[in-house]
Write a protein that binds this ligand. Structure first.
Ligand SMILES: [Mn+2]
Length: 243
């Protein structure tokens, strides 16, 4: 993997046209422009799309502008890696072909001087048991086949509903937030014990960083229309930046 690696995610690009979508795309363009000369790689951390379902054929072209942008970035010599989030694990060959490599599961990466554990971040919390079961069903081949047979407008309506409910779950109070952070630290420690130096994730739509004895947990903020949040890893250290 080419260094430096830029990690970002939770852009939540929508299949429905909106001003917010356009602004987010502009922000991402600006970001890509800023890293063009440094080469390296981008690692998209999941929930890049608010909704993505790839059919065997006749895919709707909601994301054509984004795809064109990814193509031009890849052609300019920047590698693109992608790990699926809870909103976009139904990727297929078409999306995969735009990336250098796409992953559906957590990754462990030895790069430069560090070992990095990469996860979207969903399904970690101890009380997410119900969600983990749902995750298993939603990702199954049988569900995917069934869903692909639904008329596109009905599929999109179901997706909107699920997406709305999942977003709602990000509204949390401080007490719950502390509880979440405690669990994420516990998770990170279990990965540090296995030799990882950095655990990086998105999903929680806010920034949280925790370090101990030169081991790091990085929870990335989302990429909104106002701010493009990312982390840059140069082979030695990782820094949080924004645009
Ligand atoms: Mn997510």
């Amino acid at each position: 993997m080419q260094l430096p690696v830029y990690f970002f995610g939770d852009n939540h690009f929508s299949p429905v046209e909106s001003l917010s979508n356009d602004r987010k795309l502009e922000k991402m363009q600006e970001f890509f422009e800023s890293i063009k000369t440094s080469r390296g790689s981008v690692f998209i951390m999941g929930d890049f799309f608010d909704y993505y379902f790839e059919y065997q054929k006749n895919n709707p072209d909601y994301y054509i502008d984004i795809f064109d942008l990814l193509k031009s970035i890849k052609n300019s010599g920047i590698d693109i890696y992608f790990i699926a989030g809870n909103h976009d694990y139904w990727i297929g060959d078409k999306f995969r072909s735009l990336t250098t490599k796409s992953y559906l599961h957590d990754q462990s990466l030895s790069l430069g001087k560090k070992k990095i554990y990469i996860t979207h971040g969903d399904g970690i919390l101890s009380w997410d048991r119900g969600y983990r079961a749902l995750k298993f069903i939603l990702r199954s081949r049988i569900f995917r086949l069934f869903y692909s047979l639904l008329p596109i407008n009905i599929a999109l309506n179901i997706a909107k509903k699920i997406s709305y409910e999942r977003k709602d779950s990000h509204q949390v109070n401080e007490k719950l937030l502390n509880k979440i952070h405690t669990e994420l630290i516990k998770f990170a420690k279990s990965k540090w014990e296995l030799g990882h130096d950095i655990v990086i994730m998105g999903h929680y739509h806010h920034s949280f960083n925790f370090s101990e004895n030169d081991k790091h947990l990085i929870v990335l903020d989302d990429c909104s229309e106002e701010k493009f949040n990312f982390a840059k890893y140069d082979g030695e250290s990782i820094s949080i930046e924004s645009l």
